[in-house]
Design a protein. Structure first.
Length: 130
């Protein structure tokens, strides 16, 4: 588990969101409430329709463009149990939350690392015996 992608709040303005995306390689930003509970995700591609706006751009906030929270994992889940989620996810970093009911953002799983571990495991298990 890695540190979580630094989240934004529900009231983060669209210009601030755009700056966050410009300053990182993330394709999604987690949106949290005042208690650090994951309430949604903002996708870089979801900002496109608003980028041509003029002054009204600053009136758009994260809660206006966020998606519902994605499927998450918890720190004590086994990697084998999250394989299908990692395989299906379009996010570079899968959110790790305290529990699936509390949803406090505590970390992230790098999708490529999870899939890489499975690829290594499969490759190690398929070596021919001499």
């Amino acid at each position: 588990m890695l540190a979580p992608v630094p989240p934004v709040t529900e009231i983060t303005s669209l210009p601030e969101l755009a700056q966050r995306f410009l300053g990182s390689a993330n394709n999604f930003l987690p949106v949290v409430d005042a208690d650090q509970r994951l309430v949604g995700m903002v996708a870089l591609q979801d900002l496109k329709e608003h980028l041509g706006a003029g002054r009204e751009l600053s009136a758009v906030i994260a809660s206006d463009v966020m998606r519902p929270p994605p499927r998450c994992v918890t720190p004590n889940q086994r990697l084998v149990d999250v394989f299908n989620l990692a395989l299906a996810s379009e996010q570079q970093n899968i959110p790790v939350v305290s529990t699936l009911t509390d949803k406090r953002l505590v970390g992230a799983l790098a999708r490529t690392e999870v899939l890489g571990l499975f690829a290594e495991s499969i490759a190690a298990g398929s070596k021919p015996t001499l």
